[in-house]
Design a binder for this molecule. Structure first.
Ligand code: ARG
Length: 245
């Protein structure tokens, strides 16, 4: 009888611990369509600068986590509904978003850039006239910028790569996205030029649910430590040449 009881207790403990770990596992949301920050690697796994950074952060915070990739414009609603606990996705900190989520300290400087096909007559944003078409990723700051500032028609894509392919096929005059992904995809796709003009000044932040001050404080402390101990620089050097930031 004692043995049976002991076995039962042991089984219950395994059960309890099993649930505890499952519940402790945080879900990190990203949109793996934004190389070199987040993309699907050759092995089918989500990889990139943000992914390595969040791994280092989570190790310091001391929690288990998994990364899932969803549409970029679904990240903020997913945070609000609790489907994900935090998001790292090359996401620019802006006032509108900061009303709905809590951002970490900035971890990367960025700007919007225009990409055109090689030999295009468009050499700066002012060359984009009414009747022309510009591709952006839906819900991004590139979308906002183009919509608010450019006379060209804005076409919104789920994936920036699809916009780039449409431009290569002659369906768009330009594509707007952040500087580092512009360089990355222009090189990968070939036959494209990234225009030098920097159209905005942006900073990326990690986001959590609006009331989760406890988690954002831990993330900020970890981020500061990683900058201090050189880990941030090591990860940065893997993905960017020093001139890029
Ligand atoms: N920085 C831009 C923004 O916040 C683009 C981010 C896109 N990120 C991504 N993983 N697709 O809107």
């Amino acid at each position: 009888m004692k043995k049976v009881l002991a076995l039962l207790v042991a089984l219950m403990m395994v059960g309890v611990m099993g649930t505890a770990t499952a519940a402790d596992k945080l879900v990190v949301g990203t949109n793996a369509e934004f190389a070199p920050f987040e993309y699907i690697g050759d092995d089918g796994k989500i990889a990139g600068f943000d992914i390595e950074l969040i791994d280092a952060i989570m190790k310091l915070v001391g929690v288990e986590y998994e990364v899932i990739s969803i549409e970029f414009d679904a990240l903020l609603p997913a945070l609000a509904s609790g489907q994900i606990n935090l998001s790292i996705s090359g996401m620019t900190i802006n006032e509108e978003r900061a009303q709905n989520v809590l951002f970490s300290e900035p971890y990367f400087n960025a700007s919007q850039k225009l990409m055109v096909v090689e030999g295009s007559a468009i050499t700066c944003a002012a060359d984009l006239k009414e009747g022309m078409k510009i591709g952006v990723q839906m819900g991004t700051t590139g979308d906002l910028y183009a919509t608010d500032n450019l006379p060209a028609e804005v076409l919104r894509y789920n994936k920036i790569l699809d916009a780039i392919l449409d431009m290569k096929n002659g369906r768009l005059d330009a594509v707007m996205t952040d500087a580092a992904p512009s360089d990355y995809y222009a090189k990968a796709a070939g036959g494209l030029t990234v225009l030098p003009e920097e159209l905005s000044e942006e900073k990326y932040g990690i986001a959590v649910k609006l009331d989760n001050t406890e988690l954002i404080e831990k993330i900020n402390a970890a981020l500061a430590q990683l900058v201090e101990d050189g880990t941030y620089e090591t990860i940065h050097a893997k993905y960017f040449t020093p001139a890029e930031e």
